[in-house]
Write a protein that binds this ligand. Structure first.
Ligand SMILES: [Zn+2]
Length: 64
């Protein structure tokens, strides 16, 4: 698991949720925004690349 998506129950339904990177088994509390398709988010610690598609999958499934 490298990415989790959390819905915030306190927000209204159109506000959406939040993305967090799971770095080396621990959730990084820095919220991520969805990167543009040509510029994946690269984690400076573990070196993983998270692409736009990964974020959509996380949103659908809760985590990827
Ligand atoms: Zn990482």
């Amino acid at each position: 698991m490298v990415l989790v998506y959390e819905n915030d129950p306190l927000e209204t339904e159109d506000a959406g949720g939040h993305f967090y990177h799971v770095c080396q088994g621990r959730i990084d509390q820095t919220e991520l925004s969805v990167p543009p398709p040509d510029k994946p988010y690269e984690c400076p610690r573990c070196g993983i690349e998270l692409e736009t598609e990964d974020f959509w999958h996380a949103q659908l499934k809760g985590s990827v």
